[in-house]
Design a protein around this ligand. Structure first.
Ligand SMILES: Cc1cc2nc3c(=O)[nH]c(=O)nc-3n(C[C@H](O)[C@H](O)[C@H](O)COP(=O)(O)OP(=O)(O)OC[C@H]3O[C@@H](n4cnc5c(N)ncnc54)[C@H](O)[C@@H]3O)c2cc1C
Length: 447
């Protein structure tokens, strides 16, 4: 949709056709909220109106085959479409649980599909008294917290030592874990699942066996262990696949074989902005940026400032605790070999702090010792995501702490911290770098 809307705006004389099987597409990022905050799948629908208002056309069908020579796509219905530019945006499908019992009734994954979600909402989850979520990434965490709102017993199992560790440092992950526990959610970390138990060989699921032998009772199990890229069409078309996964694309999202064929979103290869290596996080933020890049450059390069890589920027909220991340965590940066300095600050997000609605915001910024901003994590109230987005711009602009400490930031008692958390955390990192090595602690103290 991001490609299609951009193309319709930038190339108004062209016919833009979007082919997708879903009559009623859902907003993927909103899916967890169907099960707690919203009132059903119908509250989470993706509007096609902005695209249609630009003259875009939508066909509810599935592309079965693409002939690169004749430039004809054949759909499930038999319809044949001649194209001049083809954009593959085929997304992902969920990983199947790689353990015995993964196909028992009551075990499910999140499909971005109206009917599947409707069945979960209407049939499976209302009857479930005990849900176990396998996978403590952001989707598992959001889903668990939303389902818990209806009183269901919920447990999360994660094989890493903490939840959310792919994108957050332990200091932030433990705060989210504490909030989930306050909400009554059980958390089992540091061990994987060995089996989904049930009645008989193929009866409904009754439990989740952990590596240490403990069995968590369950009458529903959500497997949220990541997604697999949907690249069948690309394979059949003979397009090059990237070694790190996904369809190989250049800086303008064009395939290696043919400048008329593009790939965007979860099905396309992603490069980490800072490391120039395969990036594993599949996010709407990256997908939408890639869609804009492809849409702008479909019929000729209109924008040379291309999408330079993924920074895996993302924010979420559990109760009133918002948290977000962008770029590298401190532990990932250290593993890469960076000499890391973490600047941190803890400030009220309004000033004076007696202002109604004031919350404490924690901002941790990860720098290399040369001062380059590598990543950040922010925890706080409603302004968290916007502070994080500003930091995301700074990472993409490859700014250093020397830039950030001197920048001007708008300020208002009701709307902002007394000084911008990004500047204060940068200042904390600068202070650590100025101290003799023995006096500086391993990380910023936020003082
Ligand atoms: C529960 C959940 C919550 C999420 N929350 C967030 C969030 O808060 N923030 C964030 O940044 N990211 C989030 N994500 C990730 C985000 O949803 C994905 O990165 C994004 O949807 C990728 O967009 P896409 O267009 O590449 O793929 P998809 O959204 O998967 O869309 C692919 C489309 O292609 C269609 N298709 C596939 N094959 C064919 C074919 N042969 N012919 C025609 N059509 C075909 C599919 O039916 C589908 O409509 C979430 C994901 C999930 C599952």
């Amino acid at each position: 949709m991001s490609t299609a809307i951009t193309a319709a705006r930038v190339w108004p004389g062209r016919r833009i056709l979007l082919v997708r099987p879903e009559e009623t597409p859902v907003v993927p990022c909103g899916i967890p909220y169907i099960f707690g905050t919203l009132h059903g799948v119908d509250d989470d629908l993706l509007s096609s109106a902005p695209f249609r208002q630009l003259g875009g056309e939508i066909l509810c069908d599935r592309v079965q085959h693409v002939d690169r020579e004749t430039r004809i796509a054949t759909l499930d219905s038999g319809t044949r479409i001649r194209w001049q530019r083809l954009v593959l945006a085929t997304g992902t499908h969920p990983h199947q649980p790689p353990v015995p019992g993964g196909d028992r009734p009551g075990v499910f994954a999140i499909h971005k599909d109206y009917d599947v979600l409707e069945t979960l909402f209407e049939d499976l989850l209302p009857d479930a008294r005990r849900l176990v979520v396998v996978g403590g990434g952001f989707i598992g965490v959001e889903f668990a917290d939303e389902v818990r709102k209806s009183g269901t017993d919920v447990a999360i199992v994660e094989q890493l030592p903490h939840l959310l560790l792919r994108n957050f440092d332990v200091e932030v992950a433990t705060r989210v874990e504490a909030r989930l526990r306050e909400h009554g959610i059980q958390i089992r970390t540091g061990q994987g699942v060995t089996e989904l138990t049930g009645t008989g060989a193929d009866g409904a699921v009754t439990g989740v066996r952990l590596a240490d032998g403990e069995v968590l009772p369950a009458d529903a199990v959500l497997v949220a262990i990541g997604d697999e890229r949907e690249v069948r069409l690309a394979h059949e078309m003979g397009l090059t696949m990237a070694r790190g996964g996904g369809i190989w694309v250049d800086a303008f999202q064009r395939s290696r074989e043919d400048y008329a064929i593009f790939a965007v979103g979860d099905c396309a290869f992603k490069q980490d902005l800072l490391l120039r290596r395969s990036a594993t996080s599949l996010l709407a933020s990256t997908a939408a940026a890639e869609g804009r890049t492809a849409g702008m450059n479909l019929f000729g390069l209109r924008n040379e400032r291309y999408n330079a890589g993924s920074i895996a920027i993302y924010a979420s909220q559990i109760g009133d605790l918002a948290f977000g991340c962008a770029g590298m965590t401190a532990h990932a940066a250290r593993n890469e070999g960076f000499d890391v300095v973490v600047g941190s600050t803890e400030v009220p997000d309004h000033h004076p702090p007696t202002m109604p609605g004031t919350r404490t915001m924690t901002c941790r910024m990860v720098f290399s010792r040369s001062g380059l901003l590598l990543g950040a994590q922010v925890v706080g109230g409603p302004t968290t995501a916007e502070v994080l987005n500003a930091i995301g711009v700074a990472i993409q602009a490859r700014l250093t702490l020397h830039d950030l400490v001197g920048f001007q930031f708008g300020s208002h008692p009701r709307l902002t911290a007394p000084a911008h958390p990004m500047a204060l955390a940068s200042l904390d990192a600068l202070r650590q770098m100025s101290e003799p090595p023995s006096a500086a602690g391993p990380e910023g103290t936020g003082a």
